[in-house]
Design a protein around this ligand. Structure first.
Ligand SMILES: Nc1ncnc2c1ncn2[C@@H]1O[C@H](COP(=O)(O)OP(=O)(O)O)[C@@H](O)[C@H]1O
Ligand SMILES: *[C@@H]1O[C@H](CO)[C@@H](O)[C@H](O)[C@H]1NC(C)=O
Ligand SMILES: *[C@@H]1O[C@H](CO)[C@@H](O)[C@H](O)[C@H]1NC(C)=O
Ligand SMILES: *[C@@H]1O[C@H](CO)[C@@H](O)[C@H](O)[C@H]1NC(C)=O
Length: 334
């Protein structure tokens, strides 16, 4: 145990100095008015059609484009029945938005932390797809302890009858995230999280060294989960500061999930980009008690996201991922 604790101190000081790199896609995409939508007639615009029927509006008063997204065009529709948030993408089928809607809905159904209620997903007659959801007016408050408490309430309420996974695969950044239902968490995390990213690194960079060592860690990580019972909890899956905000009342809001049912501790895998402080964790653990060995697993959960960043953004993240693997191999004598 002594050795484990010391190794952890080393890992912690190492990981805490890795900067959170904002996604480069934010710089690449400009925002233009979505002319085809505003000029379309009702019959060839399923978004307008939905808003004016099931959306309960009789009049669309304005459509405004919203910046800040990475991948899709975002618009706010103001109507006499309130505002709707709409994302469109002209070049993909509806599966990405269907995944997002399923995730948002699963989180919404827990009635814990606030997320936009998803209303409708569909395809556009000109090709591409869209999602309509609740528009949330954001506020400025960042109440860390409310965030910790509400997130823990979501983890506690979001139970799965099918084990670890989700009904659909989704994406983490733009990397596919495989959610095949699996009854054993260690197997799920080893194969569909770490294993998937390791294979990708080997495929795209020919990095067989990180692949081999990473797989050695996967095969030997069992002891890190000793003496705990792991229940599948509903996770946001991509929780970092860019996806955390608050509403006008100051209540925390989380957006853009990559949901699946997993070990609750995996939710902190992006923590180096999330700015979680002491009051966040204290509030969290009041609702979801900290399990033995939490600290020793923390870097294992960062590792998935470091590997993903390595695969998405290149070798800057390789050494971070590699040091975590090396430290664990040493700690586990593997
Ligand atoms: N439900 C919502 N209500 C209001 N604004 C939202 C909502 N969801 C996202 N936004 C804002 O819209 C912008 C783009 O959304 P985002 O989900 O990042 O798009 P993308 O799928 O392209 O990454 C962001 O600036 C975000 O703050
Ligand atoms: C529209 O009204 C119906 C009936 O009152 C309600 O069930 C439904 O949730 C409303 N839709 C939206 C998007 O608010
Ligand atoms: C749509 O999605 C694709 C694939 O994710 C992406 O490359 C493209 O930039 C997207 N954008 C728009 C606005 O259609
Ligand atoms: C949430 O994070 C993802 C990347 O992990 C990003 O693509 C997305 O734009 C973020 N969402 C918001 C609402 O900013």
């Amino acid at each position: 145990m002594m050795m484990v604790a010391q190794a952890h101190v080393g890992l912690l000081s190492f990981t805490s100095c890795i900067p959170c790199v904002p996604l480069p896609c934010r710089l690449k995409f400009g925002f233009t008015k979505h002319k085809t939508l505003t000029m379309a007639t009702m019959s060839d615009d399923p978004i307008r059609e939905w808003i004016l029927s099931e959306g309960n509006a009789t009049e669309i008063r304005g459509i405004r484009s919203i910046g800040g997204g990475c991948i899709n065009l975002a618009n706010r529709y103001d109507t006499d029945a309130g505002s709707f948030f709409v994302k469109t993408n002209r070049s993909i089928d509806s599966s990405m938005f269907e995944g997002e809607a399923l995730g948002l809905n699963a989180m919404y159904e827990t009635r814990s932390i606030r997320v936009p209620k998803p209303f409708k997903v569909g395809t556009l007659p000109t090709g591409g797809s869209y999602i309509v959801m609740e528009y949330i007016e954001f506020g400025a408050s960042r109440d860390q302890s409310a965030l910790g408490r509400k997130l823990a309430e979501m983890h506690k309420a979001g139970k799965s009858g099918k084990g670890f996974g989700f009904d659909v695969d989704n994406t983490i950044g733009s990397t596919p995230q495989i959610n095949t239902w699996t009854s054993d968490w260690i197997e799920f995390y080893g194969e569909h999280r770490l294993g998937y990213q390791l294979k990708l690194a080997r495929q795209q960079y020919g990095d067989s060294l990180i692949y081999e060592k990473g797989q050695r860690l996967v095969k030997n990580m069992g002891p890190l989960f000793k003496n705990i019972i792991i229940e599948p909890c509903l996770l946001h899956g991509d929780l970092w500061s860019g996806n955390i905000t608050s509403d006008k009342n100051g209540d925390p809001v989380i957006l853009d999930p990559a949901c699946y049912y997993g070990h609750n501790e995996a939710e902190f895998g992006m923590s180096w980009c999330a700015g979680f402080g002491g009051s966040f964790y204290n509030a969290y653990f009041e609702v979801m008690p900290k399990q033995p060995g939490f600290e020793e697993r923390r870097d294992l959960y960062l590792l998935y996201h470091y590997l993903n960043h390595y695969n998405l953004f290149g070798s800057g993240y390789r050494s971070s991922a590699m040091s975590i693997i090396d430290d664990y191999l040493r700690m586990l004598k593997a």
